[in-house]
Design a protein around this ligand. Structure first.
Ligand SMILES: NC(=O)c1ccc[n+]([C@@H]2O[C@H](COP(=O)([O-])OP(=O)(O)OC[C@H]3O[C@@H](n4cnc5c(N)ncnc54)[C@H](O)[C@@H]3O)[C@@H](O)[C@H]2O)c1
Length: 251
């Protein structure tokens, strides 16, 4: 029960890694507020999580929605201890075939969204000496030729994690990130980023030295560790949670 009495805001919390993290936080005593764009999915997630979960429908790229999500935490629970920035999108393309609108879509959600929701949450996190866990990616430190905007956006998330960690350390707020490898979720399927999803997951047996793809629970365990008191002297850490993907030379 590492999060008894704590309040956690999770963006992108209705599905995938965000939902996995929310499950872990609730199981360990937290009250969670999920933020996302799709009310039906948020409602389903809350039904699954039980009475300690609620939601706010909103878009992380909209400053007003981010302010509303933080306000909901205060109105409902009078505090905010942990922010998990998990909302994100992916899309294929290199410099020759990523249209500006697609580049913008990916950067707005993955980079601007993290900036905007964090900006809204920081004053409350300072009050609680809380912390932030950003969901970056192995693609933030390892280039993939067909993922120009996504790799660039995740490199930005990992670097922003460190700059925010430096800025907020004197205020008692820790900022860390996880850098997952391939994790089973809807991410790649929403945008058809991989044509054959089952084959993509199966290939993780070769590309990830531990011989399998990840599940949201694998990443949730690391998020919970970084958010808990045992990590009290850890900040600016971008933790690989990738079955060893980072170390391989396989493309
Ligand atoms: N699945 C993987 O292989 C993998 C690997 C590394 C990193 N990640 C990162 O993990 C995070 C979570 O992804 P996931 O794999 O759980 O996929 P997912 O698609 O299940 O989760 C992403 C969630 O973010 C929400 N979202 C997207 N844009 C939003 C916006 N503008 N405002 C609010 N919510 C928005 C989506 O609706 C969805 O619920 C993402 O940041 C992703 O880049 C995923």
């Amino acid at each position: 029960m590492r999060f008894e009495g704590k309040v956690v805001l999770v963006s992108g919390g209705a599905t995938g890694i965000g939902l996995g993290a929310a499950q872990r936080f609730v199981a360990e005593g937290a009250r969670v507020v999920l933020m996302g764009r799709r009310e039906t999915r948020l409602r389903q997630a809350c039904a699954q999580l039980g009475p300690n979960a609620s939601f706010v429908a909103g878009d992380v790229t909209a400053a007003a929605d981010c302010a509303t999500a933080v306000k909901a935490c205060l109105d409902r629970h009078r505090r905010l201890d942990v922010l998990v920035n998990s909302a994100g999108v992916i899309g294929n393309g290199g410099v020759q075939n990523t249209p500006p609108a697609e580049f913008d879509r990916i950067f707005r959600t993955n980079v601007y969204g993290v900036y905007e929701l964090t900006r809204a949450a920081v004053p409350e996190l300072v009050k609680q000496r809380g912390n932030i866990v950003n969901v970056s990616s192995v693609t933030g430190t390892r280039p993939y030729a067909n993922l120009l905007a996504y790799c660039g956006s995740k490199a930005a998330v990992s670097m922003m994690t460190q700059t925010m960690a430096l800025e907020l350390a004197p205020l008692g707020v820790r900022v860390n990130a996880v850098e997952p490898g391939v994790v089973r979720s809807e991410l790649h399927r929403v945008t058809n980023a991989v044509p054959d999803y089952d084959a993509f997951l199966a290939r993780a047996k070769e590309t990830h030295p531990l011989g399998r793809h990840g599940e949201p629970a694998d990443v949730a365990a690391a998020i919970a560790f970084l958010a808990c008191g045992d990590a009290g002297w850890i900040t600016g850490e971008c933790m690989k949670v990738d079955g060893g993907r980072f170390m391989t030379s396989l493309r």
